[in-house]
Design a protein around this ligand. Structure first.
Ligand code: NOJ
Length: 753
């Protein structure tokens, strides 16, 4: 079909920009037990009794302070609670104290409205799981749901009602430290994990004492920070915003997420806390989100720094009218806005609406019925670090490991080597596995890689451990010599290198994502000794490791895997478990390739070795070091028999795809089976391919499985040059395989109805 014909047929399916927004896609509120009618009557009645100050008080979120001067601050906060001037707290947990502040709210304030207690429960609470980016490597939404469930059980046992998770920001720039908190670069994988985590935190009944409000953050495009510098401006096209950054939020909303947090950044000139279009029009009216929107920390105040408000009062008006209901920490809403309403500069109806949303969240949690249902010392004592939780931590850690290289099958190592050198201070470190957002996670709970290895090996194996470098500086001086002596004594070597936990996370950006400090020099020296050496990477973000990728015979990507990191890594090293994770993000060869991601749009001069005037570099190859979706196994898999259900379908129909995957090796193994789609010709440039389906399966040696995937009309759609959502008739190509470079392909046509 010609392009002109295609364009002329565009009209077959058009949606307005914000009608990603069809009524069929409005939010499914998952919780049972809440009678919406009854809730409305209750909230109406309560609002009628509240003063303007009390309503704005509900919109105020304080940060609890345990630190110096804490006493006087705590007294002010307690007074505010008594006066109805605080609706929620950030950072106050532990049954004893949180019950006391709840008692003050319920017994000593005029209307006795209970508080919401919130905290960042990101990848576990006390039982720490892999960081979200690590866990995304499992490509296992059911697992993500399970770990979020456990996190909710533990956090709620310590009096918390609300987590600021999941972080669903797509990240295409690994310099940005917060890439560690999300699911990587892909909107589809990220969306499924976002929904799974929402289900895990919130369960099916928010009024149960072990379910908590989830919060999809940071709305929106926080991961688009220019130059990978956290909080920086975001300058992206509407197309990229709607096709890449927004879909995981939409999935979270469809899964019933109760709250959403604004992003610190501006997008194309509009700070997100002043972005009424995206919050009120797209999120609320468009997608049907009915929950509350909370600001990020002091972000209402920061509207002044963005230069879009001249005074705190103006910032407050802007934030609230743009749809941000709760003011985290700035203390602008409750201090500045009463006067603004009185002066007629802010509508009282906007205040009522926001207060209603806060009260509804409290109602859904069942707090008006029993404000203390989350404060149960017995649950706190018995559930934290429960053995079942630790078992899930081990499963999550094991499933998140990615095998990046394994020349000559050097891995797995024999289960009982005579001797082994373990080199690298990270191996013995109990801090790094907790990652940068550790909740109540404690180093004493962590089994380090070194301990995991020692526990796994028989007494007969001599394990020689040497740090090789210092932490957190990664300085090798004075330590390398001893490390090399250990290498010389051993039959095989495990070299652990990477980053400390604090080198990623909020505000922890890097301009060079290579191995920090002297680690590369150490690696060169160790590998120079010629022993069979396995490199274990422990890091929060993709690293640029061209030398290791070329010279190390085996590389395992283990991220920060949480409290059971050591046993998980040891099981994989010695073959008790077969690694089956895949990368949720592209690994560049060098930092200068960033941004590099698999689902880029087509260019007129795609890179070609034999064409100088094509899109490439003089000093590095254009391809990634390790592509999105990549990961090896101790076994091998073959794909064949790809067939599409029909050669052509009408616009708006779905397509069934079928093929076979066979375990062609000699060990049982997991494969993440992936399916990508390309729209061959469009009225605008389209991604060279995009992930549309996947499943992690386990196959015995020789076993084959027939896979059936469905490609939905939504996945064939895109925004045309007028930003109208469209499915254009024409040819599509399906690719299936074990990574984003999958080659087995089949075509089908979408024809005009
Ligand atoms: C700032 C972070 O951006 C956000 O993710 C977090 O939830 C808040 N601080 C509260 O801790």
């Amino acid at each position: 079909m010609t392009l002109t014909r295609k364009i002329s047929l565009v009209t077959t399916l058009l949606y307005l920009l914000i009608s990603t927004a069809s009524p069929a896609r409005t939010q499914t509120v998952r919780e049972r037990g809440v009678d919406e009618g009854k809730m409305k009557v209750f909230v109406d009645d309560l609002l009628a009794k509240m003063t303007l100050e009390e309503k704005l008080g509900q919109l105020n979120q304080h940060r609890w302070s345990w630190g110096e001067n804490g006493d006087s601050i705590r007294q002010i906060y307690q007074k505010n609670v008594r006066d109805g001037q605080a609706g929620s707290f950030l950072g106050l947990q532990g049954v004893a104290y949180s019950a006391e502040i709840q008692r003050i709210a319920v017994e000593e304030s005029r209307l006795g409205i209970p508080l919401l207690l919130a905290q960042d429960v990101i990848h576990g609470w006390r039982t720490t799981f892999p960081t979200p980016l690590g866990e995304a490597s499992s490509w296992d939404p059911a697992l993500a749901e399970k770990t979020a469930r456990v996190a909710a059980v533990e956090a709620s046992a310590q009096g918390l009602h609300w987590t600021f998770a999941p972080m669903v920001d797509v990240a295409r720039d690994p310099r940005w430290g917060r890439i560690v908190e999300g699911a990587g670069e892909d909107p589809y994988l990220g969306g499924l994990l976002a929904a799974a985590r929402v289900r895990g935190f919130q369960g099916t009944d928010l009024s149960q004492p072990n379910t908590i409000l989830a919060c999809a953050k940071h709305f929106a495009a926080y991961g688009g920070a220019e130059a990978g510098r956290d909080y920086n401006i975001v300058d992206i096209s509407p197309r990229t915003l709607f096709e890449i950054y927004l879909p995981p939020f939409h999935r979270a909303v469809e899964a019933g997420v109760a709250t959403v947090m604004g992003a610190f950044n501006e997008v194309n000139g509009v700070p997100m806390h002043a972005n009424g279009y995206l919050i009120n029009e797209v999120l609320r009216n468009g997608w049907g989100f009915r929950g509350l929107v909370v600001s990020d920390y002091t972000a209402i105040m920061e509207l002044q720094r963005h230069g879009v408000a001249a005074t705190p009062a103006e910032a407050g008006i802007l934030g609230l009218t743009s749809g941000v209901d709760v003011d985290m920490v700035s203390e602008i809403y409750h201090l500045e806005l009463p006067q603004m309403v009185r002066e007629g500069r802010l509508s009282g109806a906007v205040v009522d609406q926001a207060a209603r949303r806060v009260l509804e969240a409290k109602y859904r949690l069942g707090l008006f019925e029993d404000p203390f249902r989350y404060h149960n010392a017995e649950r706190e004592k018995t559930l934290i670090l429960h053995p079942d939780h630790l078992q899930i931590a081990l499963e999550a850690a094991t499933k998140s490991i990615v095998l990046l290289k394994n020349d000559h099958g050097i891995l797995p190592l024999p289960p009982a080597p005579g001797s082994l050198a373990v080199i690298g201070a990270l191996a013995a470190d109990q801090d790094a596995p907790l990652g940068p957002w550790r909740g109540q996670g404690m180093a004493e709970d962590v089994v380090s890689v070194l301990s995991g290895i020692r526990e796994k090996l028989p007494q007969s194996t001599s394990v020689y451990y040497q740090p090789g470098y210092t932490l957190p500086e990664f300085a090798g001086e004075g330590l390398m010599e001893a490390a090399l002596q250990a290498v010389d004594q051993a039959e095989a070597v495990i070299l652990v290198v990477g980053e400390t936990a604090r080198m990623s996370g909020e505000a922890s950006n890097r301009t060079d994502i290579g191995l920090p400090g002297d680690q590369l020099a150490l690696a060169k020296a160790v590998l120079g000794r010629g022993k069979p050496t396995v490199v274990v990477l422990m890091n929060g973000r993709p690293l640029a490791i061209p030398w290791l990728a070329e010279n190390a015979p085996a590389i395992l990507e283990t991220w920060f895997l949480g409290v059971r990191m050591g046993p998980a890594v040891a099981k994989v090293l010695f073959g008790e478990e077969n690694p089956g994770g895949k990368l949720p993000v592209t690994f560049p060869r060098v930092t200068g390739q960033i941004p590099i991601y698999y689902n880029h749009r087509s260019t007129g001069r795609p890179p070609r070795e034999d064409d100088f005037f094509s899109s490439k570099y003089l000093d590095a190859h254009w391809t990634p070091q390790f592509p999105f979706g990549f990961g090896l196994s101790y076994t091998t898999f073959a794909y064949d028999g790809l067939a599409v259900d029909r050669e052509s379908i009408g616009v708006g129909e779905k397509m069934a795809v079928r093929f076979q995957v066979r375990n062609t090796g000699t060990r049982k193994g997991d494969e993440v089976v992936q399916c990508y789609l390309q729209d061959n010709v469009g009225s605008v440039t389209r991604p060279v391919r995009q992930l549309v389906a996947f499943e992690r399966i386990t196959l015995q040696p020789g076993e084959a499985k027939t896979m059936n995937f469905t490609i939905y009309p939504e996945q064939m759609s895109f925004y045309n040059s007028g930003m109208q959502k469209t499915i254009e008739p024409g040819q599509f190509t399906v690719f299936v395989g074990g990574s984003s470079t999958a080659e087995l392909s089949a075509g089908f046509e979408v024809v005009a109805n």
